[in-house]
Design a binder for this molecule. Structure first.
Ligand SMILES: Cc1ncc(COP(=O)(O)O)c(C=O)c1O
Length: 430
């Protein structure tokens, strides 16, 4: 039985098309518990934000840090804000290998919007390039950068031109001959700006906004060499390189940042989810000097009541302490990859057509558009604990696991076994 939509709830505020029939009440480690006390293993991790699992000590520590100063007016400075901004700037500048400044925002989409403001302050209102299948949020601006027409159906647009580059998944790219990012695809990208046919100016392209892994687009890892070629081409047209690390930042793909996986040097980085472990809405925008310098991005260009909220900053400060105390994160995520690859590789089911694991993210491709069915079955077998999986309307034949980075080997194996049980039920149905 599927629950009905409460009369007070706006349906457009929900990402799911039918209201979910499970309501969760509490969580601990990598487990959630519903109203009846039933247990669910979480291989989705709150949209990929819960690197540390459900760790109440983060909330407790952050609250203790700000009990005596819960909020400040936006025109006031705090030692905490300065410390957090410095820590973030140092971390990202070190990874990029260039000095930069950090601005704070509330969530992923707002972070991308802030990045676009910095782009406009430096490059004006020229076209913005993104990838087909890209996802950068559903706010009024970012809905127009994201791929799905569904997100912008209720939102007119008067912003800059958005040029979508071919979807970097060779199974779906319209240029694909099944041969990787072949010369036809690369040539198509390189014609942009040099061939009037596509309406892209020879100079004055504002930016390329890219994800190191197309998250909502089906967890596609683009070919690194192709990505670097696109980056070089956009730079040759004058565009800035904005890397959306909202999902991939802080070791989700193994490397600290996804751009390191591809060998790309960004001009602007937007980070979010793993900086608060899902506890508060927060994002940070790092911009290479001098893109966000006072002369170019002056005071008053941006402000919001909650972006510098002390509680949120204390959460980030606490989470940054956790990351600092985990210098082996990359090796540990590599180990997680190995365990997950083995456990998923042992599943015997004809519905599975492929398994690929990158860092702490596993993608299981299916023989048909069964992902939402698998996801539903994984939570509904009364004889087993539930399993939360990710899937996306843009890739209906793919289920995704992106569990907390601290998931134990035993729990990873149990997640794989529960996925196997759901897939067996799908195999019987098909
Ligand atoms: C790559 C990427 N960009 C942007 C966003 C939007 O972030 P938010 O949902 O916090 O607005 C997401 C969210 O899933 C994302 O994965």
């Amino acid at each position: 039985m599927t629950a009905s939509l409460p009369a007070e709830m706006a349906a457009g505020d929900l990402v799911y098309r039918t209201p979910p029939d499970v309501r969760f009440e509490r969580a601990e480690g990598v487990r959630l518990y519903d109203e009846s006390g039933r247990e669910y293993l979480d291989a989705e991790a709150a949209n990929g934000s819960l690197s540390w699992g459900y760790d109440s000590s983060i909330v407790r520590e952050a609250c203790l840090r700000t009990m005596s100063m819960p909020a400040l007016p936006s025109f006031c400075e705090s030692t905490l804000r300065v410390r957090v901004v410095r820590r973030l700037a140092e971390r990202i500048s070190a990874a990029v290998g260039a000095p930069g400044r950090v601005a704070l925002e509330l969530g992923g989409a707002q972070g991308i919007e802030m990045a676009m403001r910095i782009v406009a302050a430096n490059r004006g209102g020229g076209p913005i390039m993104t990838f087909q299948g890209g996802y950068h949020g559903r706010s009024p601006f970012t809905a127009h950068l994201s791929a799905s027409a569904r997100y912008r159906a209720v939102q007119p647009w008067s912003g800059p031109d958005v040029v979508r580059l071919p979807y970097p998944d060779c199974r779906t790219c319209s240029f694909s001959t099944g041969d990787g990012c072949n010369p036809a695809c690369a040539a198509a990208v390189e014609r942009l700006g040099h061939d009037d046919l596509f309406g892209v100016p020879r100079t004055g392209v504002a930016a390329l906004v890219l994800e190191p892994l197309l998250n909502v687009g089906g967890c596609v890892v683009p070919d690194s060499a192709h990505l670097r070629r696109v980056v070089d081409h956009v730079r040759s047209l004058g565009g800035l390189i904005v890397v959306d690390e909202i999902f991939t930042g802080m070791h989700r793909l193994g490397h600290e940042w996804g751009f390191q996986l591809h060998g790309i040097e960004p001009d602007i980085v937007v980070a979010s989810k793993a900086l608060t472990n899902g506890v508060t809405a927060f994002s940070c925008v790092w911009a290479r000097e001098p893109l966000a310098s006072p002369e170019i991005f002056p005071p008053g260009s941006h402000s919001s009541t909650f972006a510098g909220n002390p509680h949120s900053l204390a959460v980030v400060d606490t989470v940054l302490d956790r990351w600092q105390d985990w210098p082996e994160a990359r090796q540990d995520v590599a180990h997680l990859s190995t365990v997950l690859t083995k456990a998923l590789g042992e599943l015997r089911n004809d519905v599975i057509t492929g398994v690929s694991v990158t860092g702490a993210l596993a993608k299981v491709d299916l023989a048909g558009p069964y992902a939402s069915r698998v996801r539903a079955l994984a939570t509904s077998d009364p004889g087993l604990p539930g399993l939360l999986l990710a899937s996306t309307g843009m890739a209906p034949s793919t289920v995704i696991l992106h569990p907390p980075l601290v998931t134990s080997e035993e729990d990873l194996r149990q997640m794989a076994a529960l996925l196997g049980a759901a897939l067996d039920r799908v195999e019987c149905e098909t």
